[in-house]
Design a protein around this ligand. Sequence first.
Ligand code: ASP
Length: 206
Amino acid sequence: MGLFDKKNPPMKKLLLIATGGTIACRETENGLSPALSGAELLDCVPKLSEFCTMDVRDLMQLDSTDMTADDRLRIAHAVRQNAERYDGFVIAHGTDTLAYTAALLYHLLADLVKPVVLTGSMLPMGAPDSDAPRNLLDACRVAADGHAGVVAVLCGKILAGNRTVKFHSTQIDAFLSAGMPPLGTVGTDGRVRWDVPVAPPAQSAP
Ligand code: ASP
């Protein structure tokens, strides 16, 4: 057998950057509030251990409507600082302004040769029928798939970071790709399918 066993490729090493949002919410006396750590989110998705190893960076615990430009730059720095150490990045984020962070990172990280995948959920992790476990699992599958670039993964769709739009405030399928079809899909069987060729990373830093 060669150094690389095709049937059992080496596990991808991913970093989860947790920022808050509904995905991390718990019921408190003041209503829903981001409270779950990144490690607690990962504990809800045991299937991850089948294809990746994960480290966690709990960067902030915000409702994304409170996120500032500085907070978004902190996310970009967290990815840059760790770019050499990981095969890919997953950012757990509130859905209300996920599209803004995705668009900013799309440009700030245009030269990065690693996948950066934003995800969130319309219902908290642990809530009945929550979309959170699937979205987090799908996001990790896409980050482990290896295509460089900033994308959002929600409800089985892979959306280019600069095309992501939240168009609905309550339904589970709340995001679309503006002006072009989604880049691909993640099936309920876990298969990642790319329908649109992913643009190669930029040659120089922005
Ligand atoms: N207000 C929440 C947020 O954007 C909504 C969500 O995550 O779905 O953080």
